[in-house]
Write a protein that binds this ligand. Structure first.
Ligand SMILES: [Zn+2]
Length: 105
């Protein structure tokens, strides 16, 4: 995954030093066929690509395929943070992904 090189404007407070981070969340996944619960960290993302579940044919989200991973840029002086999504063109659009397109103007 490419890390964007973005220019960062000075913060409203005048701060010029920022922390860039990709926040994670702890999620648990129940795998009933092996009677096991797994907990893992995954990146916050705009969407996860789905794949059909073998037994039911129902679509499940694949936690290994995040799209639009979120990155936060936080001012070290005041803590004001701004979010950015990486590789937004790769984010699937549709209700099944919880995404939609909005155009300005
Ligand atoms: Zn600041």
């Amino acid at each position: 995954m490419k890390t964007p090189r973005r220019s960062v404007e000075p913060c409203r407070c005048g701060g010029r030093e920022f922390v860039v981070a990709r926040p994670l969340e702890l999620c648990s996944h129940s795998a009933s066929w092996v009677r096991m619960d797994t907990r893992r960290l995954r990146p916050l993302a705009l969407a996860y690509v789905g794949k059909p579940e073998v037994k039911t044919g129902k679509e499940e989200r694949d936690l290994d395929q995040p799209r639009g991973i979120l990155e936060a840029v936080a001012c070290r002086s005041c803590g004001r943070a701004e979010w950015f999504a990486l590789e937004v063109a790769e984010v699937p659009i549709g209700a099944e992904h919880g995404t939609s397109l909005v155009r300005s103007g």
